[in-house]
Design a protein around this ligand. Structure first.
Ligand SMILES: NC(=O)c1ccc[n+]([C@@H]2O[C@H](COP(=O)([O-])OP(=O)(O)OC[C@H]3O[C@@H](n4cnc5c(N)ncnc54)[C@H](O)[C@@H]3O)[C@@H](O)[C@H]2O)c1
Ligand SMILES: [Zn+2]
Ligand SMILES: [Zn+2]
Length: 393
């Protein structure tokens, strides 16, 4: 089959690789019909490159049709139309029953000290072949799927794999009080969708980014926006001015570790980039990964007693956190990979009853799998108005 493979820093290519096969009775094989490129994939071609091997199949936002099942996949049947959550989880361990499938004890990657295995997401998360391919092997398939109806387009459901539950968890963790306000930092797919969800739930939403097309896209849906490029040095003040001088009730960081802004630990990252993987991986894991400017903004902007919710992915063990501010402002911080199956039942009604979140038009680009390298480049460099890419194998 054809698949998008990692080849090196900022280099992916579409290659012919062996078709996946059933390896355990709990496996299923899905023929992929739509699969997204995520901001998280961009971390793999830069800061987390040391954890990838040439030829690794990328991708974790997948939907399609089941073409084969092992003997123990529960209710899942050949022919079912499914969305595949980005994390692999058993559904029956302690963590899964706590509604924390991202921490599944059956798939935890213990040799790396990380949580549940993820599709297409490096040695840190189990080096499981991903879904930017014609076929995907789904381990723990008895739980790792969401069945969706046949009569609506792929675009309506594909974001259940990641974008929707990630934005949903980000907004839930932000815990905006009734009639309260939320600032969303970063208006890529996750931030954009978070704005839509928070707005739908009645919050006052202010989005921040520096890419003109992304600001325009969110503004077009009636969300207030602030252009970071006009407020490089006074973002906090500008937002306090808009929020009674106090700051918003909550800030959702949908940027993560590759933020635009003053590089704090970029040196470590650069040093990591020059070393062979065996040396770079521990350096990156134990030190800081990259820039924390979005996190610092979030801590500055949020009102005293407010909540900072991190959807953006961070790494590194020695990234400095301004503890004095966090403590003095009495902030709550909540974060983590999204627990997809926890939120899917809450989101599903918004997909079945009309399309209030605008999923059908959310993708800016729908292209054949073979165009993946070109689209990785455009998405990563935020060129040509590319915000969300769906590959159609
Ligand atoms: N927690 C999860 O489960 C989960 C799931 C998916 C994605 N993510 C993470 O969410 C983040 C966003 O993903 P995405 O797909 O939307 O990617 P993206 O890279 O397209 O979006 C990031 C946006 O942030 C903007 N930005 C950069 N620096 C900024 C700053 N200092 N202030 C405000 N905006 C800034 C960029 O211009 C860009 O539009 C990534 O870190 C990704 O890894 C997390
Ligand atoms: Zn993702
Ligand atoms: Zn589990």
């Amino acid at each position: 089959m054809r698949a998008v493979t990692w080849q090196g820093k900022h280099e992916v290519s579409v290659e012919s690789v062996p078709d996946p096969t059933i390896q355990a009775p709990t496996d299923a094989i899905v023929r992929v019909t739509s699969t997204g490129i995520c901001g998280s994939d961009l971390h793999l071609i830069e800061p987390l490159a040391a954890f990838m091997d040439r030829g690794d199949v990328m991708g974790h936002e997948t939907m399609g049709v089941v073409v084969e099942v092992g003997g123990q996949t529960g209710e899942l049947r050949v022919g079912d139309r499914v969305v595949v959550p980005f994390q692999i989880a058993c559904g029956s361990c302690f963590m899964c029953t706590q509604l924390l499938p991202t921490q599944c004890e059956t798939t935890q990657v213990r040799d790396q000290g990380t949580g549940a295995a993820l599709f297409g997401y490096s040695k840190l998360y189990g080096q499981v072949p991903g879904g930017q391919a014609e076929y995907l092997r789904v381990p723990q398939a008895q739980f790792t799927h969401i069945k969706v109806p046949e009569d609506l387009p792929d675009d309506r459901f594909v974001y259940l794999s990641d974008v929707l539950p990630t934005a949903w968890q980000g907004v839930r963790y932000a815990d905006v009080p009734d009639g309260g306000s939320l600032v969303v930092l970063g208006l890529g797919p996750i931030g954009d969708m978070a704005c839509r969800i928070a707005q739908h739930q009645g919050a006052r939403v202010i989005g921040v980014d520096l890419v003109p097309e992304r600001l325009a896209r969110v503004r077009a849906r009636g969300v207030e926006v602030v252009d970071l490029s006009e407020h490089e040095d006074d973002l906090g003040d500008a937002i306090r001015e808009m929020t009674d001088g106090r700051g918003p009730d909550a800030v959702l960081d949908a940027v993560g570790m590759e933020a635009h802004g003053a590089p704090v630990t970029t040196l470590v990252q650069k040093a990591g980039g020059l070393l062979p993987d065996a040396l770079a991986a521990p350096l990156i894991k134990n030190a800081g990964v990259d820039r924390l400017s979005a996190l610092y903004s979030a801590i500055d902007i949020v009102r005293r007693g407010g909540t900072v919710s991190l959807s953006g992915v961070y790494g590194g063990a020695a990234d400095p956190i301004p503890m004095m501010n966090v403590f003095d402002k009495q902030l709550q911080l909540r974060m983590g990979q999204s627990n997809v199956k926890r939120w899917a039942p809450e989101i599903m009604p918004l997909l079945l009853d009309g399309d209030p979140l605008g999923c059908d038009d959310f993708a800016t680009d729908r292209v054949p799998l073979e165009d993946a390298p070109k689209m990785y480049d455009a998405f990563s460099n935020k060129r040509d108005g590319v915000v969300k890419v769906l590959l159609k194998p």
